[in-house]
Structures are given as C-alpha cells and as structure tokens.
Design a protein around this ligand. Structure first.
Ligand code: CP
Length: 302
C-alpha cells in the first residue's frame, strides 16, 4: 500500500483492509510508536470536522510526524480564488501525505490526479468516506469477533450518507445481509444497491427500525444531513424520521452493537449512551488506531 492514494474504499482489496485492521490492533496495544519522525502530514479540511481531522492529527502526533494544514478553507488562499489543483500542487511541496475533506463529490479523486504525494480522502461530499469505513470495519470486527455473514442495519440518511456508501461497498466482501432503513426520499442510491446485487448478496428495505431490529447484529445509525439538502423544507420533513430510544431495542439480539459515525443530532437518545449496546464513542476512538495504521502503511513505515 506504500504511496497508494485512498479515495474510494474500493481502491483497496479485502486483503488490504484486513492488513490495515491487523496493524490497527497493534497500534491499539501500543499507541505511541515514533516511526514517522521527520514526516509531515497535511490535513486540508474544506468542510467542518471534529473526529476525522483530530483523529488523523492525533494519529500522526502519536507516531512522531508533524502536522500542517487548515480546518477552514476561508483561512486558505481558496478564499482568494485559488483552484483546488494549485492548492494541492503547492501543499505537495510541503508534506509527505495529504488528508483532504472537501464538499464536492469527486474532488479527492481530482486532487490525487494532480498530487505528487499520496492523498487520503477524508470525505468528498455525499460520495465516499473510506477511512471512516476502515474504522467501522475495525469496530464491527472487534465487537462481533468476525466480519463474515453478519446482518447489518443502516438507518437514516442512506442517500447522502457517504459513510454508508463506503461501508456497504466494503461489507460486500464479507457475505453481509443488508437491512436498509430510511424514509422514501433518503433511500440508498441505485448505484450502491447495484454493488450489493453484483456481489450476489441480499438487501431488504424498510421505513421503521422495529421491522428489522430482531434480525441484526449491527445497528448503524446516521444523521440526516441538513447541509446536503437543496430545499430546507425537504430536510424539515425527514429530520426527525428516526430517534432511537431504549424501547426500540426491546427485541434486539444479545450481541447487538449500535454504531454511528457521529456527529449525532437527535437520532440516538442520550439515555442509550450508557447501555451495553452503545459503541459509538469507542468507535470514534478506534479511528485513531486505524488512521495510525493507514498513515504507516501509505508512508511505507510498517
Ligand atoms: N465521522 C466523521 O466524519 O465525523 P467528523 O465530521 O466530525 O469528522
């Protein structure tokens, strides 16, 4: 994986995912490893982030790398009209690796085509979020002791949810049965459903969590993303579509874990946070180990 870009989760093979997850287990046991001293990681965030940016920066710091970048495009020369291409070519003069989040779908692929250093996509619009996917795989494997033959429910904004798109594509390698729970207007795009069909796997579509709760090993909740709607009235109609309460979990399997890429708005009641099913904050913590493994792998340090 040395010098490879990671733009879409399908850029990596199943074997490559598993190598990253195994390396992440080592970082979880020993998070501080000074193997990246002298390396510089650039984090270019043209869109807001808490977890992705800070966990990448934490990962780089724990390995002895230095971090440069910006968390707000308005503080970069983008605000003066600089093109993405010129920004990327310039940052390549200063860093060994670029981690980029951008609101435009396809922007990360474009950046990788002009970059002379590896580019990691930290989210491009509603398209893909491959590093979230890797930490989701890590969290699923850690809690279920396997990635194979699981029943996974994906709930909420399946249309614009880039983490969902990446996770579905990755889990197609593991004989997953998908339970897709969304309002009619936020169904999983046909292109992603096609991926499931082409893998010879099954999906079921519902509008209520209760219809699937007794069947699933993982309940992957997502936020309805206000920022992706062109018409705010369309957002208002679906913003409260799912609010997970303890009562919703009544018929769940004993091994059920609730994941969420976060941030949460109101789709999981806070009184779920202390239940044994809640795993979303540990999931966010796993992001550091997985991103350490990814940086080490792409920079050829492990
Ligand atoms: N999961 C995720 O991408 O969170 P942030 O938007 O806070 O980075």
């Amino acid at each position: 994986m040395k010098n490879k870009h990671l733009i879409s989760i399908t850029d990596f093979s199943k074997e490559e995912y598993l190598k990253i997850l195994d390396a992440a287990e080592d970082f979880e046991k020993q998070p501080v490893q000074n193997i990246a001293t002298g390396k510089i990681v650039a984090t270019l965030f043209f869109e807001p982030s808490t977890r992705t940016r800070l966990s990448f920066e934490s990962a780089a710091n724990r390995m002895g790398a230095k971090v440069i970048g910006f968390s707000d495009a308005s503080s970069s020369s983008t605000a003066k009209g600089e093109s993405l291409s010129d920004t990327i070519k310039t940052v390549c003069c200063y860093a060994d690796l670029i981690v980029m989040r951008h609101p435009l779908e396809g922007s990360a692929r474009w950046a990788s085509e002009v970059a002379s250093v590896p580019v990691i996509n930290a989210g491009d619009g509603a398209n893909q979020h491959p590093t979230q996917c890797l930490l989701d795989l890590y969290s699923i494997r850690k809690t279920q002791k396997t990635l194979d033959s699981l029943n996974i429910a994906l709930v909420g904004d399946l249309k614009y949810g880039r983490t969902v798109h990446s996770l579905v594509e990755a889990m197609c390698n593991f004989n997953t049965t998908f339970h897709l729970i969304s309002p009619e207007s936020l169904k999983l795009p046909s292109s992603v459903k096609m991926h499931i069909k082409e893998s010879g796997l099954k999906y079921h579509q519902y509008t209520e969590i209760q219809e699937a709760i007794d069947k699933v090993d993982v309940l992957y909740m997502t936020r309805v993303q206000r920022e992706r709607f062109l018409d705010i009235q369309d957002y208002e109609k679906v913003k409260n579509a799912y609010i997970l309460e303890q009562s919703t979990l009544k018929n769940s399997k004993s091994n059920l874990k609730i994941l969420h890429p976060l941030p949460r708005v109101n789709e999981i009641h806070t009184n779920i946070d202390d239940t044994q099913q809640a795993y979303y904050f540990q999931q966010a913590q796993n992001g550091v180990y997985v991103r350490q493994a990814l940086i080490a792998s792409i920079l050829g340090l492990k």
